[in-house]
Design a protein around this ligand. Structure first.
Ligand code: MD3
Ligand code: FE
Length: 210
């Protein structure tokens, strides 16, 4: 479904087997070299979501190769197979005629939500690229809020994201405000590899080069 220009939702795109593979990979990445942790924002606030990154480490509000705000370690490599999955996702959302072949994501943010975690309305502006963001959800269902490009408030559209859903945000939607006001605890099917909580992977082109 096209939610807004450039914003395409493909429910249940990832088959259960590929969801389980991704969950297993995320469990490994969560162990290190930079562990899954609650990001601390300037001013001292702590995000309820837990995050681990690949390729480039995101810290509010910049990308770096080392996790200076965590343990100083170099972030894990962004694997080629994940970039290929991103190109498949773009082809699915925008059609085979889209420039999916040229999509070269070099950073992933992996977010884990327990039943109480939320993400406030924000824009993703640290990337120096207008390339689309690919989002994959696994585990508990959530309410995803897709807003406008002007401010955190209305108008916005609430969409339920369930396990296996793909969402691509490109074109005019790339810099829209968005957030996750609610997770629905206990809605995950253990066959997805998540017995509790929600996992979200976003793939991005940082435009930062090597
Ligand atoms: C729309 N993550 O990591 S995914 C984030 O479910 C983030 O964890 C949420 O927002 C999550 O920054 C939402 C959907 C998403 C991700 C990036 C976007 C939507 C976006 C960037 C631009 C526009
Ligand atoms: Fe975001």
């Amino acid at each position: 479904a096209v939610v807004a220009p450039g914003a395409v939702h493909v429910p249940e795109w990832l088959p259960p087997e590929r969801q389980r593979e991704l969950v297993a990979a995320c469990r490994e990445w969560a162990r290190g070299p930079v562990p899954l942790r609650h990001t601390v924002v300037p001013g001292g606030g702590v995000m309820s979501v837990q995050t681990v990154c690949l390729g480039w480490h995101w810290q509010p509000y910049r990308y770096s190769r080392t996790a200076d705000d965590v343990n100083g370690a170099r972030v894990a490599e962004f694997p080629d197979w994940l970039a290929e999955l991103g190109r498949e996702a773009l082809a699915e959302a925008y059609g085979d005629e889209s420039p999916a072949r040229a999509y070269a994501p070099d950073a992933a943010l992996i977010n884990f939500y327990d039943g109480a975690a939320r993400m406030g309305m924000h824009q993703d502006k640290e990337e120096r690229s207008g390339a689309p963001v690919v989002s994959l959800s696994i585990g508990d269902t959530c309410v995803f809020r897709f807003g406008n490009t002007e401010n955190r408030g209305k108008p916005y559209t609430d969409v339920e994201l369930t396990s296996g859903d793909l969402f691509v945000f490109g074109g005019p939607s790339r810099f829209a405000f968005h957030g996750v006001p609610k997770v629905r605890p206990g809605t995950a099917d253990p066959a997805t590899g998540m017995s509790r909580g929600r996992l979200n992977l976003t793939l991005r082109e940082t435009g930062l080069g090597t």
